[in-house]
Design a protein around this ligand. Structure first.
Ligand SMILES: [Zn+2]
Length: 313
């Protein structure tokens, strides 16, 4: 059976794209366009696109206030709460989109815990969602829910969250303020949203315009901190809004720098046989093509790392 490798499992649902209103300022087409690129450009059999189920609401309660969950599901958030989340105007599909997106993250997490290697969800990385409110395009915090699901339901002892998005993972940090079983590491730009930062276990803060070298140095520091925690699972928020072409991020990282970032994370995870879930995160280049290039690089690299991990000798 030499050379048999299992494909990289990647969760996607059409509502990831269509659940956002076409007139929303958020570039919803990035999801379906990325799917089309990956299905066209990935080596045959390298990626297995899977359809998520809606998450069980009880799973959301692991990281979120039950009243907030109920109010969102009943369409009862007020205008200021919706405005803080963004993605407006909302459609009725926003609820199903959110539950499928969270389901994809949880299913990707269960998969790597059971089988090892890498998995991914082709949306999410919703690190600005707090316990009882959403913010910055994030309704619920998939990283936090998956970390707590892995500990309480799957029996893991420790989970590390490595957040390399240009924006700080403030929701994740606040949810895990008093949780020693979860390590939060955030590499981000000092002057990007959120303007009131939370306190992660480790905040590696970069000045605007830092460029590749500083970003890669901070990435390596973040990886070392995560591995030093000796986690059973790594959750990787892989936002590419640190790109110089990004309309929101200010870090001026090149496409090649992002590729090196991905290699640092995936090589370290593979070398230590660390089950790893890739959460897509932010990316808002105008036009969106530079973002799609970087996300395509990301998931192709994840698929290649997964193949190397799971190929039988
Ligand atoms: Zn971001």
């Amino acid at each position: 059976m030499r050379g048999e490798a299992t494909p990289f499992p990647l969760w996607y649902h059409p509502l990831y794209t269509d659940g956002i209103h076409p007139e929303a300022r958020f570039p919803r087409d990035r999801y379906v366009r990325l799917l089309n690129r990956l299905t066209t450009n990935a080596p045959h059999g390298a990626i297995d696109v899977r359809t998520p189920h809606a998450v069980q609401r009880e799973v959301l309660h692991l990281a979120h206030d039950a009243t907030y969950v109920e109010r969102f599901l009943n369409g009862e958030l007020d205008a200021s709460e919706e405005r803080r989340i963004g993605l407006r105007p909302w459609t009725p599909d926003m609820i199903e989109r959110t539950m499928r997106l969270m389901g994809g993250a949880v299913e990707a997490t269960v998969h790597v815990v059971q089988h090892g290697g890498f998995s991914g969800n082709m949306a999410g990385g919703t690190h600005h969602a707090h316990r009882d409110f959403g913010s910055g395009y994030c309704v619920f915090n998939d990283l936090a829910v998956c970390a707590l699901h892995a500990i309480t339901t799957l029996g893991l002892d420790r989970v590390a969250i490595l957040d390399l998005d240009v924006h700080q993972g403030d929701g994740t940090a606040s949810i895990f303020t008093d949780e020693p079983r979860v390590l939060t590491v955030s590499v981000h730009c000092a002057t990007n949203f959120p303007f009131r930062k939370a306190v992660s276990d480790h905040d590696l803060v970069l000045e605007p315009g830092s460029g590749d070298d500083a970003y890669l140095e901070a990435t390596q520091q973040g990886i070392d901190l995560c591995l030093g925690f000796e986690p059973d699972l790594l959750l990787f928020q892989a936002g590419v809004d640190g790109l110089e072409a990004d309309a929101l991020g200010k870090l001026s990282v090149s496409r090649g720098g992002m590729q090196q970032r991905n290699a640092l994370v995936f090589d370290a995870a593979a070398a230590s046989k660390m089950p790893t879930v890739v959460f897509m995160g932010g990316g808002y280049a105008k036009p969106i093509d530079a973002t799609l290039d970087a996300f395509e690089d990301l998931f192709l690299a994840a698929a290649d790392a997964h193949r190397r991990c799971t190929t039988t000798a």
